[in-house]
Design a protein around this ligand. Structure first.
Ligand code: HEM
Length: 553
């Protein structure tokens, strides 16, 4: 074999050796590796060998070089020498992230990973350097106090382009915990008390808007309008009136158009920097940003009308010696709206979908509400809601079946860290790991009859007995609440968990008490149409709404 043939092979092997355990994520590096290096090698070789330099010689050198890289990478990834060789999974996933990226584009990644776990067991290799773990015992070691940092998915999803990354995607653990501090103050028990009036105002607005509707409505859209208006109040002191005006500018559409694309980028972070120059989904993001900037500036100039999330993010409580930059406050305010509105709206919609297709559960909830709020009692009293077992069971059961973040609770063991061991699972350096809530919640090892809506599973045994649940003939009913992670787990879990419960309890009590509802569209079709683009994307749920005859709220 001549040196002209050996050189591209040696060059390809060297290139793979350099990029072996990580993927280059800057376009210039890729350009150097795949274009500049082989062309430079061809030219210098032809000078050294005094061989003619033709287009054909450059092209064939390049073809051998690239083929060597691909072959070498594939062989290594499938070989017993790969650090994740012991874990089962589909060959295509072991070879490339392009396949999971494609699956995520279809919106069905939650179902795909669930099916992989059913086929391969609790630990599955879902990428060349990525594991999915469906074991409740692994949650605390990976996400708890000694958590692994957030995973590379965030490098893909949050293209910086001069914009400060919002807290959810901050991968450095100490920087993340610095950014998290004002959030913890914003969701303390005393802070939550201040938000009650804001929820009450928006919930009653929703009630009266629904009373004005004639015939069939899309409940999913109305839950979205409510949640978005409320979170805008919380994040920037207002600025959204979707319940009044509808989604006039097609704002949800703009955002919906971009989410599949962002989900794909989450799998291929190295592609992100290249596509920041391509204006895919830019309209939606720019419009959202412009809106947020306008609201934030207005909120700052007008000062604090109430203690909302912005009050803490902008250090208006004077807690931090060094105030945060406007860009950081803006970015995290935007995060509050995105993270807080779609998630609660989807859960409220799924709760109504399940209640309306399970009349017994609906009746039990209504009975509980009527019993706790006789005529004259304030139906929006959160202290009472917290003590309503069936209300909370219904919410948890909907979160179990339809976790709004179904898949991507991702962490990663850094490149230079020692291997992380949890039980029999070893997570080598440079390995990403997901603990997918959907697969955990639908695993019969964690929850018996996982596909069935059974709020009673969340009640204590005494109450179950009272409701006749334990006589259902399921003596060994499994209920592992450690496997229930709709809000993730640990120091980087959902910052807004307490607010979300408070908001959902209030809205549910008010609407269930106030309206008779009837499903017009099929709930099975609604469930089948759900798509996982990091957030579960909610589809129209058509219902007929009429004021409840015996409503006293
Ligand atoms: C049903 C409602 C909700 C669900 C199921 C939910 C779920 C989640 C999940 C799974 C995460 C990812 C955590 C991780 O990476 O481990 C998250 C993050 C977050 N959520 Fe929620 N969320 C909900 C509502 C809210 C609300 C109302 C807010 C209010 C602002 C909020 C604010 C946040 C924030 C700020 C983060 C980033 C946390 C961090 O990185 O430290 N969420 N949420």
């Amino acid at each position: 074999m001549s040196s002209l043939q050996l050189l591209p092979i040696a060059g390809g092997l060297l290139c793979h050796a350099v990029f072996k355990r990580f993927e280059p994520n800057h376009p210039s590096l890729l350009f150097v590796a795949f274009i500049v290096a082989p062309v430079a090698l061809t030219i210098s070789n032809s000078f050294a060998m005094n061989a003619p330099l033709t287009i054909l010689s450059v092209a064939s050198f390049w073809a051998v070089y690239i083929s060597t890289i691909l072959l070498s990478i594939s062989t290594y990834r499938l070989s017993p020498f790969h650090p994740l060789a012991q874990y089962p999974g589909p060959v295509i996933c072991k070879l490339t992230k392009l396949w999971p990226a494609y699956i995520s584009w279809t919106g069905k990644q939650h179902l795909y990973y669930d099916s992989l776990h059913r086929t391969y067991g609790d630990v599955v290799r879902i990428g060349p350097n990525e594991l999915s773990i469906r074991k409740s015992s692994a949650i605390s070691p990976l996400l708890g106090q000694n958590e692994l940092p957030k995973g590379p998915m965030w490098d893909g999803r949050l293209a910086e382009g001069g914009i400060i990354r919002s807290m959810i995607g901050v991968r450095d653990v100490s920087e993340h915990s610095r950014r998290r501090r004002p959030w913890s103050r914003a969701f303390s028990i005393s802070a939550l008390k201040h938000y009650e009036a804001m929820i009450v105002r928006r919930a009653y607005q929703l009630k009266s808007r629904l009373e004005e509707q004639k015939g069939t409505i899309d409940l999913s859209a109305w839950m979205g309008y409510f949640a978005y208006d409320f979170m805008s109040d919380m994040a920037f002191g207002g600025g959204s009136e979707m319940m009044r005006d509808g989604d006039e500018g097609g704002f949800w559409h703009l955002l919906d158009d971009v989410v599949p694309f962002l989900t794909v980028l989450g799998h291929l972070p190295w592609l992100t920097k290249m596509v920041t120059y391509v204006p895919v989904g830019a309209a939606g993001r720019q419009r959202f940003r412009a809106l947020a900037i306008g609201c934030a500036k207005k909120r700052i100039s007008e000062g604090s009308m109430s203690k909302d999330i912005f009050y803490y993010l902008n250090n208006e409580d004077g807690h931090d010696a060094a105030p945060r930059s406007f860009a950081e406050v803006l970015s995290d305010g935007g995060l509050a709206i995105i993270a807080g509105s779609d998630t609660t709206a989807t859960t409220l919609t799924s709760i109504f979908g399940m209640l309306l297709s399970n009349p017994d559960a609906h009746k039990r909830l209504l009975d509980e509400i009527d019993a706790h709020f006789p005529v004259g009692e304030d139906i929006m009293n959160p202290a009472v809601h917290a003590r309503m077992p069936y209300l909370n069971a219904v919410i948890n059961e909907a979160l179990r079946m339809f976790p709004p973040v179904p898949t991507n609770v991702q962490r990663a063991n850094p490149q230079d860290a020692p291997a992380r061991v949890t039980g029999s699972v070893v997570i080598p350096a440079g390995t990403s790991v997901i603990t997918p809530p959907y697969a955990l919640h639908r695993d019969p090892q964690n929850f018996s009859e996982p596909e069935v809506f059974i709020p009673e599973r969340w009640l204590d045994p005494e109450l179950q007995e009272k409701l006749g649940f334990s006589s259902k003939g399921m003596p060994s009913f499994i209920h592992d609440s450690n496997a229930f992670i709709p809000f993730s787990y640990g120091p980087s879990n959902c910052a807004g968990k307490a607010l979300a419960y408070q908001e959902m309890r209030m809205v549910l009590c008010l609407l269930v008490r106030s309206f008779d509802m009837k499903l017009v569209s099929s709930v099975t079709e609604w469930v089948d149409s759900l798509e996982d683009y990091f957030l579960l994307s909610k589809k129209p749920l058509m219902v007929e709404v009429s004021p409840r005859a015996e409503s006293v709220g």
